[in-house]
Structures are given as C-alpha cells and as structure tokens.
Design a protein around this ligand. Structure first.
Ligand SMILES: Nc1ncnc2c1ncn2[C@@H]1O[C@H](COP(=O)(O)OP(=O)(O)OP(=O)(O)O)[C@@H](O)[C@H]1O
Ligand SMILES: [Mg+2]
Length: 250
C-alpha cells in the first residue's frame, strides 16, 4: 500500500521546500520507493532536486486533447496516455519525479483528466510513497491528480493571517472530491516563540514548526538543489523529528 503525502498552503510558505526535504529524508532512511509529483503548473520541484525537466505531462496531454489523431490506431487512448505518463517520469537517484506542467490548451480535456486520474491511481500503487507538491490553490489536485491522500501537510507561515489562510485551505480540501485520511499543520520559518494562540485552538492538527534557515535562504538565492543541504541542516533535523507522523500511513 502506498502512502500518499500531499502539500497544501498559500503561496510562498514553503510547500516545495518541505516536499523536497521529506523526499530526501524518506530516501535517506531507506523507507521505500518514492514518486515525487510536481503538480504546480509553475513547476520548480525538479530544480530543488537538481533535475532539469524538459516538458511536463500537460504538454503531452494537451497534444492528445487538441488532436486525438496523434493516438496510434492500434493502441487506444487510455493505453497511449498511460504510456506517455510513464515516459514523462524522470528516474533519479532514489526516487522518481513526475512533473505535471502547465496546461496550455484552450479546451477542457475532461476525458483526458479522467483517464489521468485512473493512471495516477494505478501508478501510485507502484511506489511506497507518493509525495505531491501543489500550487497554492487546490482545485487541480482533485481535477488532475489523485483521489486519495493519506497525509495532507498544510504549511503556513508564522502569522495569524497565514494561519487563517491555512485553515481556509484545509476547509476547502474537505469540499473536494478527495479522501483525506489525516491532516497536519506545519508552521514554517518560525522560531520557538510564536504568538499565534494555543495550538489546540487551531482548526488543523498542529504537528510542529520548522526554523528560519539561513542555509536554505542561501541555497535558494543561489539556485542550489536542496538535496545538497548539509545533513546537519536544522530544518532537516526538525523535519526528521516531525516526519514519522507524516509518513506512517497505515
Ligand atoms: N525554513 C525556511 N527558512 C528559510 N527560507 C525558507 C524556508 N522554507 C522555505 N524557504 C524559502 O522560501 C521561499 C518559498 O519557499 P517554497 O518555494 O518552498 O514555497 P512554496 O509554498 O512552494 O511557494 P509557491 O506557492 O510559490 O509554490 C523559497 O525561497 C525557499 O527557499
Ligand atoms: Mg512551490
């Protein structure tokens, strides 16, 4: 059974950072096979791993949606979509990466999206862990990727406004066509003395905080892959302590 972990949160709070570091910790702890899915149309998860992504899956799906004739006659549309998804996967050291990309076409490819969800369901069963990085809005999560999430990690900045936004996002996920088994709040870029109120009053189960991290800031400024952060990195250490609740899915 695969454990599906999805990131949520408003813009710029650290979703991609947390997704990358979680993948790195799961890999280093040899907990199982990992598929990382970049479901943000402004995809940059690959870069955090130091990987260059040529084209996202959306380009391929746009092609099929715009011109169904590109599907080989002897193959069938479903099999063709599945084949193209497989070929869009980048095999990296210790994990695979699938980048969804930005849909460019004008149409609504409902059929393609439905098939894609089936393919994603099937694909995720091949991995022990599926980590999905999302854009700030969550609509596409149900539209294009997955039906079930074991752990939704809602990331917030250490502000009251950020926390309220996180709570709104959490409420929104409940209205989507996704089954979320458990959900945790992580407050990122935060020191110990937060004055956001009592965690027990938060509307999302509070897991803990991650520190303001000069090493991450430096890596980000210089476009360096987070996979190369020092192993004593303080955010990695903090996330290792929080992590088990995230990745223990059964
Ligand atoms: N704990 C931290 N300490 C310092 N800088 C951080 C920390 N976490 C994230 N950052 C930096 O904050 C910026 C935003 O982080 P990130 O890209 O992970 O956010 P995001 O939620 O994925 O953003 P978006 O909504 O645009 O996808 C990046 O420059 C990242 O390096
Ligand atoms: Mg991001």
């Amino acid at each position: 059974m695969s454990c599906i972990i999805a990131m949520a949160g408003k813009g710029g709070v650290g979703k991609t950072t947390v997704a990358c570091l979680l993948a790195r910790i799961i890999k280093e702890n040899k907990l199982g096979s990992i598929l990382v899915v970049d479901a943000d149309p402004n995809n940059n998860l690959g870069e955090t791993f130091g990987l260059r992504v040529k084209e996202g899956l959306s380009c391929i799906l746009d092609e099929i949606g715009t011109d169904p004739k590109i599907v080989p006659i002897n193959m069938g549309k479903d099999a063709f979509i599945e084949y193209r998804v497989q070929s869009a996967i980048i095999e990296a050291d210790g994990f695979d990466l699938l980048t969804m990309g930005k849909p460019e076409g004008p149409g609504c490819y409902c059929y393609v999206n439905n098939v894609l969800r089936n393919v994603m369901d099937k694909l995720s069963k091949n991995y022990d862990f599926v980590i999905i990085d999302n854009e700030a809005g969550l609509e596409h999560l149900s539209r294009r990727t997955i039906r079930k999430v074991d752990t939704m990690v809602v990331v917030s900045d250490p502000t009251v406004a950020g926390l309220r936004a996180a709570e709104r996002i959490s409420k929104l996920t409940k209205g989507l066509d996704i089954e979320v088994k458990k959900e945790f709040l992580i407050i990122n870029r935060c020191d110990n003395n937060i004055s956001l109120g009592k965690p027990e009053d938060f509307k999302i189960k509070y897991l803990g905080f991650l520190p303001i991290d000069p090493e991450i800031e430096n890596f980000s400024r210089n476009g360096l892959p987070l996979m190369n952060l020092s192993s004593s990195n303080k955010t990695m250490s903090a996330l290792r302590k929080l992590g088990e609740k995230i990745w223990l899915c059964n």
